[in-house]
Design a protein around this ligand. Structure first.
Ligand SMILES: Cc1cc2nc3c(=O)[nH]c(=O)nc-3n(C[C@H](O)[C@H](O)[C@H](O)COP(=O)(O)OP(=O)(O)OC[C@H]3O[C@@H](n4cnc5c(N)ncnc54)[C@H](O)[C@@H]3O)c2cc1C
Length: 221
């Protein structure tokens, strides 16, 4: 199947929508295109409304496309998206975007649902020389931890900002990075989350000596 970057929207049948944590859902539909881990897709309920963008959370070879999303109260799309059932339809297109993974050394830094592109990279086999630092508010914010933990082990660092949870760092990802004395200069740094998180983390990495060209970011909102 060729990679379709035309962005042509297509009616897509939902396989499932399930809540995996408070207000956080995984939506699935049958994959109909090839993509590179880290890419995004548009999602809309009708062909006329402006779509919202979502990272693909599933692996490149998986049968289904998975989207991990949190419900934004008063949001135009996500409250309705969370109500969808098997057999309902959305509009979407093939994946696109340049926030794609590497087989080399990388440090993945995510906030909340920003872990989705890293889940796709991980599930696509990018596991060697990877560190995942995931920031979340509560104990149940570490989506897909059952997959990451046994493989990444001590290279999977959870930073919990609003609860004290055994086995996690207490604070935000930036608090954690502040405790790290030396950051690897030959690694790429991938940042994904809100604009505040991405900008704050980027500035901190630069202050700690990471060259700007080694940092790539994907901003969600
Ligand atoms: C490149 C890219 C990839 C994205 N990937 C994902 C993803 O994988 N999962 C995901 O959940 N979201 C992702 N988003 C955000 C997503 O596109 C929507 O903005 C979000 O789901 C809200 O849509 P909505 O229509 O419900 O709310 P809207 O009506 O569009 O927005 C209402 C308000 O909520 C704010 N907002 C937007 N997203 C969030 C959020 N996640 N949490 C809190 N407030 C928010 C907006 O700034 C706005 O002020 C991505 C955005 C971009 C640009």
């Amino acid at each position: 199947m060729p990679i379709n970057l035309s962005g042509e929207m297509k009616r897509v049948r939902i396989e499932s929508v399930r809540e995996i944590a408070r207000n956080v859902y995984v939506l699935e539909y049958k994959r109909f295109f090839e993509f590179e881990a880290g890419q995004i897709i548009p999602v809309a309920l009708t062909p006329d409304e402006p779509p919202r963008l979502y990272s693909i959370a599933s692996g490149e070879k998986e049968e289904n496309i998975q989207v991990l999303f949190n419900v934004v109260s008063q949001g135009q799309l996500t409250p309705a998206l969370s109500e969808l059932k098997e057999g309902d339809y959305i509009w979407s297109s093939a994946g696109f975007g340049k926030f794609t993974g590497t087989s080399g050394k990388a440090c993945w830094i995510a906030q909340g649902t920003g872990v989705a592109p890293f889940s796709s990279m991980f599930r696509s086999g990018q596991r060697e020389d990877k560190i995942l630092i995931h920031g979340g508010r509560y104990a149940d914010s570490f989506y897909y931890s059952d997959e990451f933990e046994p493989v990444l082990k001590e290279k999977y660092i959870r930073c919990c900002s609003r609860e004290i949870v055994p086995g996690t760092f207490q604070g935000r990802v930036t608090d954690y990075l502040n405790t790290v004395e030396e950051l690897s200069g030959d690694s790429l740094y991938y940042l994904c989350g809100s604009s505040e998180m991405v900008v704050e983390t980027r500035d901190l990495l630069i202050k700690k000596g990471v060259p700007f060209r080694k940092i790539v970011g994907e901003i969600y909102f």
